[in-house]
Design a protein around this ligand. Structure first.
Ligand SMILES: [Fe+2]
Length: 294
């Protein structure tokens, strides 16, 4: 009797990064071989997209756990009840006027958790409610290739940044957001600030799985380059964070309800597009812990 294996495919998206995975239904408990296929595709394409998934929060958490150690958000007041690894990303409000989830995530280019000693390695985001206007989906997520951006840098810039650290600061990030009028959450408490001291990471980090060199400074969280005069360092940081914004490195994801995306925070930076105002939007995210960047 012939045994036919379910057909799985990873089709590159029309962009320098990203692939759509088909043939895997997350609600029907994918096999370990399916997960190996997805992890391989993730390390090859940096972002993987599974469309049309109909899953519970528990199933999303279980899915995410196959990519590594789950991290609980320190913003756990936006957690999903009884599913500790998931946080709500949403502009919806409760009756008391409080947001039900993080409402201002990703307004600046960033990688998740870069302000931690061990930044998030991967992020799993699931679309439950996608805003539309005039039939067009809003709230896209834009990804930029951190290795594509590094590869395209001029050699003299590579020489300055290779082996040099930069400071990532959650406190500076919150201040930057406040200055831009983008802050939609309570200011940090002294306790939160103490729990998140500034950290140094290499400006160029090696991908722990595929060895690619990735540019690891971001508009959102990098506050300064170490070891350069202040003006020179600020100009270089500006140049690098603008470089990442070039569309030639991008994949722009337009969400549909049921989209399940995994991205590699070493290999890409990302940006949330806030073009939907108060039109309801709800996504659930899980973060997977990573190693110390080297
Ligand atoms: Fe993010």
């Amino acid at each position: 009797m012939q045994v036919t294996e379910a057909r799985r495919t990873a089709t590159p998206l029309p962009a320098p990064i990203g692939a759509e995975i088909t043939g895997i239904d997350v609600a029907s408990s994918p096999s370990e071989s399916d997960y190996e296929f997805m992890r391989d595709a993730l390390h090859k394409y940096s972002v993987i997209v599974l469309r049309g998934q109909d899953i519970t929060p528990q199933q999303q958490q279980e899915f995410a756990s196959h990519f590594g150690e789950l991290r609980t958000s320190f913003y756990n007041r936006y957690g999903v009840a009884d599913v500790p690894a998931l946080s709500i990303v949403s502009n919806l409000k409760r009756e008391d006027g409080e947001h039900i989830g993080i409402a201002d995530a990703g307004m600046l280019w960033h990688t998740d958790g870069s302000y931690l000693k061990t930044p998030d390695m991967y992020t799993v985001l699931y679309g439950l409610q996608i805003p539309h206007r005039d039939g067009k989906a809003l709230g896209d997520t834009v990804f930029s290739s951190a290795w594509g951006a590094y590869d395209a840098l001029p050699d003299d810039v590579k020489q300055v940044i290779d082996g040099r650290p930069a400071v990532h600061s959650f406190t500076a990030h919150i201040e930057k957001k406040r200055a831009k009028g983008q802050l939609k959450r309570a200011p940090l408490t002294a306790q939160q600030r103490d729990a998140l001291p500034d950290v140094e990471h290499p400006i160029v980090r090696r991908h722990p799985v595929n060895g690619r060199k990735c540019l690891f400074v971001t508009e959102g969280h990098t506050s300064q380059i170490v070891g350069l005069p202040e003006k020179e360092g600020a100009e270089l940081l500006d140049f690098l964070t603008e470089h990442v914004k070039k569309p030639e490195f991008h994949y722009r994801h337009t969400w549909r309800k049921g989209d399940l995306i995994v991205w590699d925070n070493c290999a890409v930076q990302h940006l949330a597009v806030f073009d939907y105002g108060d039109i309801p939007r709800r996504l659930h995210r899980a973060g997977i812990a990573g190693p110390v960047p080297v």
